[in-house]
Design a protein around this ligand. Structure first.
Ligand code: ADP
Length: 871
């Protein structure tokens, strides 16, 4: 039983092993089954056929005997009957033939022993009861037993019973079976062979594919076949090769990436190590080897753990982190620790470790990155030392800086003090020089020579004053003490003043000084009048200075379409010009260019000019070509205002003062001044006018004299020994009558801000040294209302009235010329036209208006029915 089981199992195993076998077996078995079944059917058919034939011949025989026996039976001729039977008894295969009476008596038989006997067996009994038709009594494998009735008319006369053996049929059947078996065996053999061949053929492609797969699996070379086949094997082959190709490419990429990774790993600049979960090194790179001083073989071959090379003091911290990694509390950590190198020395490293896990989350191995931080540590310590040192240094520097700053502040203060001292020291004697030379100039007794010498003194003094002013102005700018003072002013007036002032100088050099006819500018604007005046004086002064012949043209205008409005000024000369390189330098302090030998000045004029322009919010530029002249261009914010906006100081037109007008009170004037020259100058000036004068040497004397003498006005010097002007003023204001007395400071100080100080001390006004006599006269008029007599009294402004009638008296050609000249804005032409007028009063009025550029007033009066008031 067990053996059978084994065999079945073996077969089953074999069966499962190969599709070829399965196919061969299947084909064979199916063929065998078909052969067996068809053999069986053939055989059955044959037997049926043989038996049926036997039966039929038995029945035919029985029928023939029944017919031939009839007469014999009727005749009861038993012998004849016997003979007939005997005749039939030779037929092959007869077992016996009998003729029976209806009662079952054997009338004749091929077997003599049956004669005269009665058949009493069951089959015979059944026959006797049957109707008179042919009967099959037994039909068996070895015999056939049939009966046919012997009939006369309608009466049954007996039965003929024939029993035949089937020996012949059976012998035939055996032959058929033997032959059939032989053929079937042959067929089976053939079919088995064919099956094997067919199965082999059918599965050849598959077998090859399977070999290919097997070869590929084991990395052996294989041949690509069958991929061109159109059938399923071809499809399968193509899929397989594609799969193999893909696998190969993937493998290659993987290998490359692996190689790359290995290269990166091995050559990384930082130490890298792959460490098992047990702490053993699995892979390390060169950099790591270098840090710990072991070779790769030493670390990887032995059972080498990271614990072994970790410095004992750092191990606990490291293990603590490792445990946290294992438990999943951390993904990675970094740590500064020490390794023990092979030579026993310690090395500081910066370590970063992370734990790699598989898809299920189980720890695989650690990856460590290690950086030698010895140098870094050293640098850090160095840095710390350096930082400490630096802090010390900074502290020291700060102290030094504080000292330096204090020193600088002190120096600055010293500079300011020096400047005010210088200003005082220089201006005070200059006041005397200028004052006395001016005063002497008035002396009618002077010879022409003396007058010329005096002029030289005066001009030199004026020049010196300009220089001092420039230097001081520059110092003030540098000290940030200059502020612009914006107020509405009369630009027309300013332009006239400056041109007037410069006219003389230009004339002396034979130069023309012109205002461009196309100039159009508002008469009243808002701006810093004093600074703008200075700018104009500097530019025109330079133009005159650096122009040997030709002329200077001034151009004024408003920049179109700008808000806020901007004033444009151009000063163009036909002078020596400035080359391109120098144009960039001339605005720097103390720069003088060119070769003009008689060049005068400080080189500060343009510096100051530019500073002023910039302070006013404007720009200055120059265009020039050497030999052809220069043009300086200034652009400034200048808002146009109405005449009514201008608060004009009480301005008194003063010609050359000759004395006091009649009918004025007696004035007592006190001069408080320590400097002898200035005392003399001022007291002489006062006395010349006819005032009573007393002089005090210092503030204290001044206060005393005020009390005893009660002057109406005091000229108070600011700086004096014993008591200065400020203190003296404060004291006087405290005294009875001290509120009423006018006190005017006379100061050589350069700084405007001291003005506030002086006003606060109680002074009414101040005059700066060196002063012009005119300033003194004007001041007296303002403070005391003093009236003078003049050498040449100008027409009082209020009387200047120009009416159309006055002009109507002029001859028509002259009127036309005047109009044309005015319209052309040509100053020289206008003046020439006015010169032709003989009426002194009209001449003067027109000159006044023309000088003030009030051309519209004259033009309006040239129109009939117009009356113009001139202020
Ligand atoms: P300075 O007081 O010497 O005039 P500035 O600063 O006013 O000083 O001028 C500097 C220099 O620029 C002058 O020395 C002169 O060489 C040159 N410069 C100024 N204006 C003119 C001009 N209109 N034409 C030619 N050169 C000029």
């Amino acid at each position: 039983m067990k053996l059978l089981q084994n065999i079945v199992n073996r077969l089953r195993g074999e069966w499962a092993l190969s599709i070829r076998r399965q196919l061969a077996w299947s084909f064979s078995l199916v063929a065998l089954a078909i052969i067996l079944i068809s053999g069986y059917f053939l055989y059955s058919y044959q037997r049926h056929f043989q038996y049926a034939q036997g039966t039929q011949s038995a029945q035919e025989l029985a029928q023939a005997l029944a017919v031939s026996s009839t007469s014999w039976v009727l005749a009861n001729d038993l012998v004849g009957l016997q003979e007939i039977l005997q005749g039939a008894g030779n037929v092959a295969g007869i077992r016996f033939i009998v003729v029976l009476s209806p009662k079952g008596e054997v009338l004749a038989s091929t077997l003599p022993e049956y004669i005269d006997r009665y058949f009493s067996d069951a089959i015979s009994q059944r026959l006797l009861t049957q109707p008179a038709h042919p009967q099959i009594l037994q039909d068996e494998a070895n015999l056939i037993d049939v009966a046919a009735p012997v009939v006369t008319g309608n009466r049954l006369a007996g039965w003929v019973r024939v029993v035949l053996t089937r020996d012949k049929a059976n012998a035939n059947l055996r032959e058929v079976a033997v032959a059939g078996f032989a053929i079937a065996s042959l067929l089976v053999l053939m079919i088995v062979l064919i099956s094997i061949w067919l199965a082999g053929r059918l599965t050849r492609g598959l077998g090859r594919l399977s070999d290919v797969a097997n070869d590929a699996e084991h990395g052996r070379a294989f041949r690509r076949e069958d991929s061109a086949r159109p059938d399923e094997v071809g499809v399968l082959a193509r899929h397989l090769y594609r799969m193999l190709d893909a696998r190969e490419a993937e493998e290659k990429a993987k290998n490359e990436s692996e190689a790359r990774f290995q290269a990166v790993f091995n050559n990384a600049a930082i130490g890298l190590a792959q460490v098992s979960t047990a702490g053993r090194f699995m892979q390390i790179n060169q950099a790591f080897c270098k840090i710990i001083g072991y070779t790769q073989e030493e670390v990887l071959l032995q059972d080498f753990t990271f614990q072994r090379i970790t410095f004992a003091d750092d191990l606990a911290a490291d293990m603590n982190y490792v445990n946290k990694l294992r438990s999943g509390e951390l993904d990675s950590y970094t740590l500064e620790k020490r390794y023990i190198r092979k030579d026993g020395t310690l090395v500081w490293v910066n370590l970063s470790v992370s734990l790699l896990r598989d898809d299920a989350g189980h720890p695989l191995y650690f990856i460590s990155a290690v950086l030698d931080s010895t140098e870094w540590k050293r640098a850090e310590e160095e840095l710390k030392r350096y930082k400490d040192h630096l802090e010390e240094e900074v502290q020291q520097r700060t102290n030094e800086l504080v000292l330096a700053r204090d020193a600088a502040e002190a120096a600055n203060r010293a500079k300011s003090v020096f400047l005010s001292n210088m200003s005082h020291e220089l201006r005070t004697p200059l006041n005397a020089i200028l004052g006395f030379s001016s005063m002497m100039h008035l002396d009618k007794m002077l010879s022409e020579d003396q007058r010329e010498n005096l002029d030289i003194i005066n001009r030199s003094g004026e020049h010196l004053l300009t220089l001092i002013n420039d230097v001081l102005e520059m110092a003030k700018i540098e000290a940030g003490r200059v502020q612009v003072e914006i107020a509405p002013f009369d630009l027309g007036n300013l332009v006239r003043d400056v041109t007037d002032m410069m006219h003389l100088r230009a004339q002396e050099k034979g130069l023309q000084l012109l205002i461009d006819q196309s100039s159009e500018f508002p008469r009243y604007i808002k701006g810093d009048e004093a600074r703008l005046r200075q700018v104009l004086i500097n530019l025109v002064g330079n133009a005159v200075k650096f122009t040997p012949n030709g002329g200077i043209t001034l151009r004024f205008g408003m920049k179109p379409h700008t808000t806020p409005q901007r004033l444009l000024i151009e000063v163009e000369d036909s002078g020596i010009g400035i080359n391109a390189a120098d144009q960039l330098r001339i605005f720097d302090p103390f720069i003088q260019v060119g070769e003009l030998s008689e060049q005068q000045g400080t080189g500060l004029g343009l510096t100051i000019t530019r500073q002023f322009v910039q302070l006013m919010g404007g720009e200055i530029s120059v265009t020039s070509s050497p030999g052809a002249g220069s043009t300086f261009r200034v652009e400034l914010p200048a808002e146009e205002v109405e005449a009514a906006d201008i608060s004009r100081p009480e301005k008194v037109e003063i010609g050359e003062v000759t004395g006091l007008a009649a009918g004025q009170p007696e004035y007592r004037i006190l001069i408080v001044e320590d400097q002898l020259e200035n005392q003399l100058l001022l007291s002489k000036l006062m006395k010349n006018l006819g005032f009573q004068v007393k002089v005090a040497q210092n503030g204290q004397q001044g206060v005393a004299l005020f009390q005893s003498w009660q002057p109406q006005l005091i000229w108070m010097d600011r700086r004096m020994p014993v008591m200065d002007g400020l203190e003296a003023t404060r004291r006087i204001r405290e005294l009875p009558g001290g509120k009423e007395v006018k006190i005017v400071a006379v100061t050589a100080s350069a700084f405007m801000e001291q003005r506030a100080e002086m006003l606060a001390a109680g002074m009414n006004e101040f005059v700066r040294k060196p002063y012009r006599f005119k300033e003194i006269y004007e001041c007296l008029t303002r403070q005391l209302g003093v009236q003078y007599t003049y050498a040449d009294m100008p027409q009082q402004a209020e009387d200047v009235r120009l009416s159309a009638e006055m002009l109507a008296e002029l001859p028509s050609p002259l009127r036309r010329e005047l109009r044309a000249a005015l319209e052309s804005l040509d100053e020289a032409r206008i003046n020439a036209a006015i010169e032709q007028i003989t009426d002194a009063r009209l001449h003067k009025t027109l000159s006044y208006l023309a000088d003030n550029f009030d051309y519209p007033a004259i033009l309006n009066a040239l129109e009939p029915d117009q009356m113009v008031n001139v202020i």
